[in-house]
Design a protein around this ligand. Structure first.
Ligand SMILES: [Zn+2]
Length: 505
């Protein structure tokens, strides 16, 4: 091989990769971290008591692992404020008794103690329909008809990416899974507008509780109402499994009176800011120690379940990755920093706040001094599944580098490189400025079923996959911290405005 070709080859310290694999396999803390982050901490809704308790735990855990400069850092104002669910009880009492496992919508209000009453359907298909409900809804329990019907599924509950799907990703062809989800933006916007008008009517009428259906996945969804701190409390609202919701809807449509008893206690608490938990292994090179390799995942979850796959799994992997490096006593040239973000689910608040604090002035849109010292960011937020490769975010320049970095993990099934952008989570906060920020391709496992539902619990975690993900993350972080140059960046692109990015969460 001629010298100039040799010089271009990306060097990987295979002895270190071997050590990382050994530490991550034989001394893994993945199962232990999984217990603490899910069963022990519970849900970590941004601004909630659970989030505060969780971030204190994470800080303590990082210190215990020997990370340095560990801190809980306020990054951004949080316009919603905090919200805790203290009690939820809902049962049908007529035509017979049946209790329902349901979940309150975050940032909605309470009932006035235990309320009992008839359930009525409010079925608004067009604005004209609103008229007929005027003056009829005071103190009523209102059931909003489901927009989706239940279909028996013949799909497996969990799945891994097939060789064919991985090939499609590599060739940048749409995968079958993607093609399955049609999306009509105009219809969605119209639906949203009508929904807002219906909510307005129910507010002015003085409705007691709103009941919604979980839809396709049968499991109570966990999400939040649009709310800004200081607004009047939205009407108490419950999300019911499609089976329970559907049963009542069918009864009412056949003119069988349905009654329920419901008690919901929610508490709005002051929480003016979003917090991140940060720790690091400082760099050791005289010059390069000022440069930062960042790994991270969002720490906040929705309030149903315990936010296991979304996204305790990512936090567990990132903490374990840095623990592995610390346990091996590595002396990285650059600083390797882990960040657990708050407020992702409400608009990537934690990571965007970090960018605003350290990298780009949000008012002037000018780079801050640390912008040039930013080496790379690696994010995990696609559930509990194994890494199968990495998305390049259109950054073709890093392909030859990642090809070499992935070689030691080919036998673990992680070798696919996809040129495409992947969105919806925290790497976008960096990528939108052209900074090298990436997310791994992951097996879906049960992500659809558990995603933002009360079933996102410890049971959703695949320990063997998380162990591998931590090993690969540790290796990528180490490689990025040791190579002569920072990772190549895309030509700098300034987003035009705040509204230029529309995260899907
Ligand atoms: Zn997430």
């Amino acid at each position: 091989m001629p010298f100039w070709l040799l010089a271009q080859t990306e060097k990987v310290d295979l002895e270190m990769i071997y050590k990382i694999k050994q530490e991550g396999t034989n001394n893994s803390k993945i199962e232990d971290l999984s217990f603490w982050m899910t069963d022990f901490l519970g849900p970590r809704l941004t601004g909630s008591t659970g989030f505060t308790r969780g971030s204190e735990w994470a800080k303590q855990k990082m210190e215990e692992f020997g990370f340095q400069n560990v801190r809980i850092e306020a990054t951004r104002d949080f316009n919603r404020g905090g919200w805790d669910n203290l009690k939820t009880y809902a049962a049908m009492t007529a035509p017979y008794y049946a209790n329902f496992a349901c979940n309150p919508v975050a940032w909605t209000g309470s009932t006035n103690g235990l309320i009992k009453g008839e359930v009525v359907i409010v079925d608004v298909k067009s604005e004209a329909d609103l008229e007929k409900y005027k003056g009829t809804l005071k103190d009523k329990i209102v059931l909003i008809p489901s927009t989706s019907t239940h279909e028996i599924s013949f799909e497996p509950l969990a799945s891994r990416l097939t060789d064919e799907e991985l090939k499609a990703l590599e060739a940048d062809r749409p995968t079958v899974r993607r093609a399955r989800m049609p999306f009509d933006m105009a219809a969605m916007m119209a639906q949203r507008q009508l929904r807002a008008k219906t909510t307005e009517l129910m507010k002015s009428e003085g409705v007691a509780v709103i009941l919604n259906s979980s839809g396709t996945y049968n499991i109570p969804r966990s999400n939040g109402a649009g709310y800004n701190s200081g607004d009047p409390e939205p009407i108490a609202e419950l999300n019911l499994p499609i089976e329970d919701h559907g049963r009542m809807e069918r009864l009412i449509r056949k003119e069988v009176p349905v009654e329920m008893e419901i008690e919901i206690q929610n508490k709005f608490i002051p929480a003016p800011q979003v917090y991140n938990v940060i720790g690091e292994i400082p760099g050791t090179d005289k010059v390069l120690k000022n440069e930062v390799v960042l790994i991270g995942a969002h720490f906040d979850s929705w309030h149903g379940g315990t936010g296991a796959a979304d996204n305790a799994s990512g936090c567990i992997v990132m903490m374990e990755a840095l623990r592995i490096l610390k346990a091996l006593n590595v002396a990285p040239k650059r600083t390797i920093r882990v960040a657990l973000w708050g407020g992702e689910e409400q608009g990537l608040n934690g990571s965007r706040g970090y960018v605003e604090k350290y990298l780009v002035d949000s008012k002037t849109n000018e780079n801050k001094p640390d912008f040039d010292k930013f080496a790379a960011y690696f994010n995990m937020d696609n559930g509990s599944g194994r890494y199968r490769g990495i998305y390049l975010q259109q950054n073709e320049m890093v392909r030859p580098i990642f090809e070499e970095w992935l070689k030691p993990f080919e036998s673990m099934g992680c070798s696919t490189i996809a040129i495409r952008n992947t969105g919806g989570t925290d790497h976008q906060s960096f990528d939108r400025y052209g900074l090298p920020a990436f997310q791994f391709i992951q097996d879906e496992i049960e992500y659809g079923r558990g995603y933002h539902t009360v079933m996102d619990t410890y049971e959703r975690l695949v320990m063997a996959d998380l162990r591998i993900n931590a090993i690969i993350t540790a290796s990528f972080a180490y490689n990025a911290a040791m190579r002569d140059q920072k990772l190549p960046r895309k030509p700098e692109m300034r987003p035009r405005s705040e509204s230029g990015m529309r995260p899907m969460f």
